[in-house]
Design a protein around this ligand. Structure first.
Ligand code: 5GP
Length: 121
């Protein structure tokens, strides 16, 4: 699948759609999710054009990879969830209900999140 330059996060990166920037560096941008599912719900996206986790992890440069994953940890600390814990979610593809085809990680926290998905199968 080719990267879709019209996806919503590409528009945010180009400044065409506003976001409340929480963190930004050369490799990553972080902003609150528009439909928060926890008291802290932040999205971290790489600046490069990567549609999915598989795409990013396979094709990003070492500097992009390190910069992005360090930004995720930094944003979690900055959001104040490091002490009590938080969850990172990356939805990849249709079974995981990935809505936006630009790789992103959700940081969720700020209260007890419960089990990962529900009871074991
Ligand atoms: P996915 O299901 O792809 O992992 O998650 C995409 C997330 O992007 C959803 O949680 C959704 O609420 C969020 N989202 C969609 N459009 C916007 C937007 O325009 N601004 C922000 N801040 N978040 C968005």
């Amino acid at each position: 699948m080719a990267y879709d330059d019209n996806n919503i996060f590409a528009k945010i990166l180009r400044g065409e759609i506003p976001c409340a920037t929480l963190y930004e560096d050369e490799h990553a941008l972080a902003f609150p999710d528009i439909r928060p599912q926890a008291p802290v719900h932040v999205l971290v996206i790489p600046k490069g054009r990567y549609e999915s986790a598989a795409d990013f992890n396979a094709k990003a440069s070492p500097a992009e990879l390190a910069g992005f994953y360090r930004a995720v940890a930094l944003v979690a600390r900055q959001a104040g969830v490091e002490e009590h814990g938080y969850r990172l979610i990356c939805n990849a593809g249709p079974d995981a209900h990935q809505e936006v085809p630009h790789f992103h990680v959700h940081i969720l926290g700020g209260h007890k999140l419960g089990r990962m998905l529900g009871p074991p199968l």
